[in-house]
Design a protein around this ligand. Sequence first.
Ligand code: SAH
Length: 353
Amino acid sequence: MDEGSKVNPKRTDLTGYTREEVEDLAVGLGQPRYRGRQLFRWVQARRVRDLGAMTDLSQAFRTVLGDHVVISRPEVTQAQRAGDGTRKFLLQLADGEEIESVLIPDDGRLTACISTQVGCPLACRFCLTGLMGMRRNLAAGEIVGQVLALQDALELGERISNVVFMGMGEPLLNFPQVERALRILCDEQGANFSPRRVTVSTAGHVPGIQKLAASDLSVNLAVSLSATTNGVRDMIMPINSRWPIATLLEACRAYPLPRRRRLTFEYVMLDGVNDSLEDAKRLVVLLRGIRCKVNLIPLNASPDLPDRPPPRDRVEAFQVILHEAGLTATIRESRGWDISAACGMLRVQRGKA
Ligand code: SAH
């Protein structure tokens, strides 16, 4: 048991335990292995937190469990709905820290966008979470717990279909807990997300990309590139001075892609900073030979951020250049703009209130 898996230091948080760990726990408590699998199903597939309701487990086992485990869930303290159906949640953790998760309906999908850290140490110039600084990593149970809490908040018949690790924090700086959360969410005895429907987004942490590539997780990778020269990228994403563009793209080229899958490059567009037609042309050259799509994201502005989004026609001209070069490029419509749903916005607003 590692530190991150515990909410209460004396008790195991089952929400953050992989199926294998729950099975080991059952065996450790004198039960057959399959009892652990049943317990995992109660927690992850049925989302039940009350041991008393787990009727196919013996009363004796449930009593011992009661002494050893908790089944944590972040508490929804605020929920907002934007005109376009995007729902944004402020969640409180056991130690009082707050994080954000977002539900985005799109094209028949319902995507949960979840956080991996409280705050973030990377300080990207356009990101509000960065302004908070780093507070702490989330435990696996707090990452998985966001998906379970959001699913609980849905109406009957609504089901989360996709999960993106694009909320607060840099997932690859919290690799061990993110990896466990991915295994739990994709377990067929649990929530059973296909890895095709799960995406980890990184600001460009190269060793983390390599670890993800070497794992058997097979989830989608999104990389926040947002510049085409090291000069500009150093300025807006300080992580670039550690792993510059060429090093980052080399790691991307080495990422094993199953057939018919592609990497995603996110490109946050800042007026007069990274939005020129020369940038678009350089981007085409940089991405040559990488099976990918580009997601252009006009900055979600805030009074706390120094930049502005480019005028719409510049965003579209940028997209045209990518299209003409044969790249797939979409413009992310600012989902949930009326509830400030960009990374870190709700948490930061609340911090001021
Ligand atoms: N640290 C990870 C995941 C969190 S950020 C990463 O960098 O990918 C998720 C996405 O939101 C990134 O593409 C980031 O560039 C983008 N983003 C952050 N702040 C934004 C803002 N104010 N407007 C638009 N996109 C933003």
